[in-house]
Every structure is written in C-alpha cells, then in structure tokens.
Design a binder for this molecule. Structure first.
Ligand code: TPP
Ligand code: MG
Length: 563
C-alpha cells in the first residue's frame, strides 16, 4: 500500500461518504482508495464546481464534505468555492496533490493559497504518520468547522506506507478514542461533539432568561449556528412569547409555526420588518446579525436590547454587537434558558398571529405585474413556479439582481430545503450548489435558481446534472445582462455596454447538454413546466425565463449601501 492509498482508506474510515473532484495524476490513487473504502466519487467538470458541490453537500447532509483535486491548477480552479466554504465554516477536507519541486509547472505555494482565503493548510509529511495526519485533517474540519487543505506531496504519496497495518481500524480509533461519543465525530450538524462548545455558562444563561422575562416583544433570529436547534428554540420562544425569524442561510427553520416571520433582512416582508423593528429584545441564535440580516442594522430598533448566543465568542461583538452574550451551543443554551425562564405571552397576541397569517408571506404583498412585450415579471414567474413545484423541494440560489425572487417567493419545507452559498457573494456557484444539495437530499426535488450570468459562468456542470440523472429544475432569470451591475450603475448615467449582452438561446444550450427545456415569456408558458412535472422526469429541466428587468430589486438597492 502506498501512502496515498493509506490516506484515502483512513478518510473513508473516518466517515467520508461522498468525494467531489476532478481526477488527475496527483489525486488518482487517494481518490480510488476512498472509493475502495466505501465512499462515493462524484466527478465534476471543473474544480470550482467540485468545491461548491462538496460545500453544499456538507451543509445539507450534516456530513463532512470532501474535495479531491490535482496539484496546482486543480487547486487554483477550486479556490472560489473553497473560499465560500471557508467563510461559511463548512467542514470540508480538500485533498490536493502537491508538487514540491520548485521547477515543476504545477508548483505553487498551496499552503499560502489556502490560508489566504481562511482555510487551514495541513500536509502529509511522512510514510509512518500518514494516517495520523489524515485523521487530524478530518478532526480539524469536523471538530472546528473549518475548511482544511490536506496537501499530499507527490513524493510522499507514492512512497510505501510504513505505519500500522489496519489503516481503517487505526483511523477510526484515532478519531473516536474509546469512550467518546461514536457517531458524533463523523456528523457535525446537530451535534457539538468535538466542537469547542463547553458547558453552558450558568450566569449568562440566567441573565438571558431574565432579559426574556423583562421583554414585552422579544424576537429570535436564528442563523447558521441554530439550524440543528429548532425544537429547543421553539420551546423557549413558546415559553417567553418570542416571534421567530431566521437569517437567509437558515431559511425555513421555523416553517409551520404560526409565529414564523421567515427571513430577517433584505428578503423580509414589510410585516416581518415592521415586527422586528418593533421588538424590544432581539436574540440572535448562531447568527452574527450582519448587514444582510439586519438591513445595515436598521431592523434593530435603537431602543432594543440585543442578545447573542454563539459558539464563537468573537461573533458576540461583530456587526450589531450584543448587550448580552452567551458563548455556547445554541440548543444547549436554549435548554438551559428554558429551564430558568418564566412563562409569558410576550409578542404573541391574537392580533399579531392574524397579521402573520394574512401578511406574513411575500405572496400576500400586492404588486403591479410588469409582464409584457415578450418578458415575464420575475415575481409572476416565481409565484407561478411556487404553485406548480411540489412542496418537498430543495432550493439553491446563485448571486445577482434576481436572487431575491426565489429566496422570497419560492417556499421551502424546512431548513433542509434551502441552500444559500453566498458568504463570498460570488456569481456562478448556484448550479454546483444545487448538485451538492440534490445529492444530500435525494428525497426532494432540487431547484436551482440562476441568473443568465451565473448559468453561463457555471455551465461546465450542466453535463454533471445530466450524467448524474438528477431530476433537477433549473430556473434561469434571463435579463440578458449582469443585472446587478446595470441597476447599480445605470441610474447614474454610466455606459452599460460592458454589462449587457445580446440574447442567447439558453434553452438550446440546455437541450444540447441533454436537458429538457422550456422558454417562458409569459405566465401561460409555465404549462411546459407542468408538463415536465407530470412525468416521467427522466431528464432535468431548464426553464429559460426571459424576465422583465427595467427596475433593480429592492433588496439590491439596500445591498448597494454596503459597496
Ligand atoms: C465571480 C464574480 N464575478 C463578478 C461579480 C460581480 N457581480 C455581481 S452580480 C453580477 C451579475 C450577475 O448576473 P446574472 O447572473 O445574470 O444575474 P442578474 O444580476 O442579471 O440578475 C456580477 C457580475 C461577482 N459577485 N462574482
Ligand atoms: Mg442577468
């Protein structure tokens, strides 16, 4: 057995179940060893796609993501997706061949590249300790929620493995020493095992219980760090009379609750914005309260108290800072606070319940339909799709002017129904996000919502969707432009030739890749989507929607304040 094979076997034994990558000489053996150890390999067509697929897969499955790339350009191609993962604290292990010989074409400083974007750089350095080093990479990724680059120098990889014989047993034993919680180490969501979360600080929990007792209109905003804690948060909110909202990444967490306000921030309905502004206590659970979630702080009234509960002490002070902070796991802290909190009705009145029921969704907000002249209003398009698509769906959204429409008008069944890879605000990640999410949740209809720019940037993975046989619906909001830039600069009279494009037949491009496609220029064209949904759904569907785009979107106008 060579070192590369020992590393692959060790990671499979740690619990790596899906590996995304593009295989070249420098990651061939490690990838095959992962497969031999029981992992599934998913071939992407571009390493950028592989990185984002693994990121989305990890987010939606609760398992570690694994990426496998060739040395040098394989890694540089993956960098945008890896940056998104690192910023999002996605547990990801990136296996990369490494050309350490400075005169090699493939040589670059891979460790520096990783650390530059917030990932952790590790390396397999010895034929004796290769398994320990691979397990350490897995432990850091899962236990510390980091994106870890594990460099595999070519000479070390190809050397005979010299460590103990039972590689899988050794790896499993190193990851889960006797007496540690078994499963927890391979599954990171819903568990804090291996994470830095210590015991709940009693005084702070009591202080939060006191603050909730004193509040008349408390609102909870749950973020990424709360996605595993619905039950605990609903129980505490029920006890203290709090309304429930989420950041965009946690969208769907409280779906079905009569007190669910959906997303706080740019995507918030007028009612949600009003009710959050009316809060006298905002408790952020695993949520940084950044400019997106708070509309640059304006959703938090100046008189409101702010509490934050987060694994990361630094998050308590960033963005909208906390008056009261608790460092700890959200579920554990919520349980501790519930045990101490007095029963109160808080913000939960019959009138508020009725308003949430009547006005709590974007669908209920009246608008003037701007369809016409061969273009469909993106709201009309998205509402029409929301009615047609089965509720058991998993929605992934790319970046651009269009992005609010699917994020606001396409409902999702729960927090496992929305995948939002937007921490780096990169265009072009949407399609790969949808592939990773689809593989994590094969029980749900995958929906990718993209702009024309994002589709064409990530186009390499269209073949992957077809090859994997994913029953995906890809909705393209085509305004023949980088609409975000058009709306950013257009109002100031700047020339727009660099950000506008002639019409492209995106439906034909899709058909050429083996997808079914419909072009939508008005509501009646959605019949084509209904026809596809009727079956047999044996090919993915691309909905090429020619959208009306005279006006920028309201969430974008808000966002431009931050640029
Ligand atoms: C990788 C990357 N390149 C450029 C940008 C700047 N940018 C932000 S939105 C956007 C336009 C995206 O166009 P499209 O996907 O068609 O969506 P639209 O804005 O038209 O709705 C661009 C170029 C970015 N965020 N990321
Ligand atoms: Mg566009």
């Amino acid at each position: 057995m060579i070192v590369a094979e020992a590393v692959g076997r060790a990671l499979a034994a740690c619990g790596a179940e899906a590996v995304f990558g593009v295989v070249g000489s420098g990651n061939f053996h490690v990838t095959n060893a992962l497969v031999a150890g029981g992992a599934r390999f998913v071939a992407a067509r571009h390493e950028g796609g592989a990185a984002t697929m693994a990121d989305a897969y990890a987010r939606m499955s609760g398992r570690a993501g694994v990426v496998s790339v060739h040395q040098g350009p394989g890694l540089t191609n993956a960098m945008t997706g890896l940056t998104e993962a690192a910023k999002s604290r996605t547990p990801l292990i990136v296996l990369a061949g490494e050309a350490t010989e400075a005169r090699s074409n493939f040589h670059i400083d891979q460790a520096a590249l990783a650390t530059a974007v917030g990932a952790v750089a590790l390396r397999v350095t010895s034929a004796q300790a290769a398994v320990e080093q691979a397990v350490e990479a897995y432990r850091v990724a899962v236990g510390e929620r980091r994106t870890v680059l594990l460099n595999l120098p070519l000479d070390v990889q190809s050397a005979p493995y010299e460590g103990p014989g039972d590689v899988a047993g050794l790896a499993a034993g190193l990851l889960r020493p006797a007496g540690s919680p078994g499963e927890a180490a391979s599954s990171w969501a819903g568990s804090t095992a291996g994470s830095p979360a210590g015991p709940v600080p009693e005084d702070e929990a009591a202080a939060l219980a006191g603050a909730l007792g004193a509040a008349r209109r408390p609102v909870f905003i749950a973020g990424r760090g709360a996605r595993h804690a619905r039950r605990e948060l609903e129980e505490l909110a029920g006890r203290t009379g709090a309304l429930l909202a989420t950041s965009a990444v946690a969208r769907g967490l409280f779906r079905g609750s009569p007190w669910d306000l959906d997303v706080s921030g740019g995507f918030a309905t007028p009612l949600t914005a009003e009710l959050i502004r009316g809060a006298d206590l905002v408790v952020a659970w695993g949520c940084a309260l950044n400019m997106w979630t708070t509309r640059h702080g304006s959703l938090v009234s100046p008189g409101a108290r702010v509490a934050k509960v987060d694994l990361d002490a630094a998050a308590l002070k960033t963005h909208v800072p906390a008056d009261l902070g608790v460092v700890g796991d959200v579920a554990a802290v919520a349980r501790a606070v519930t045990a101490r909190a007095a029963q109160a009705s808080g913000y939960r009145t019959a009138e508020v319940a009725e308003r949430i029921r009547a006005e709590g969704r974007w669908r209920a907000v009246p608008y003037e339909d701007g369809s016409g002249g061969g273009r469909i209003d993106p709201r009309t398009l998205t509402i029409g799709l929301d009615e047609l698509l089965p509720p058991e769906r998993i929605v992934s959204v790319d970046s651009g002017n269009f992005m609010g429409y699917p994020s606001m008008f396409l409902d999702v069944p729960d927090e496992g129904g929305f995948c939002f890879t937007q921490a780096f605000q990169s265009v072009g990640l949407g399609l790969a996000t949808a592939i990773g999410a689809a593989l994590a949740r094969p029980d749900r209809l995958p929906v990718a919502a993209l702009g024309d720019g994002g589709l064409l940037m990530g186009l390499a993975e269209l073949e992957t969707v077809v090859r994997l046989g994913l029953p995906m619906v890809i909705v393209v909001y085509d305004d023949e432009a980088y609409g975000a830039e058009v709306h950013h600069f257009g109002p100031h009279g700047h020339p727009l030739g660099t950000v506008t494009f002639p019409p492209a037949d995106l439906a034909a491009i899709a058909r050429g890749h083996g997808l079914a496609a419909v072009t939508v220029t008005g509501r009646e064209d959605l019949a084509g989507v209904a026809g596809w949904l009727d079956g047999p759904r044996d090919r993915p569907l691309l909905v090429h929607a020619k959208v009306a785009g005279e006006r920028g979107s309201w969430w974008l106008e808000e966002a431009f304040k931050g640029h």
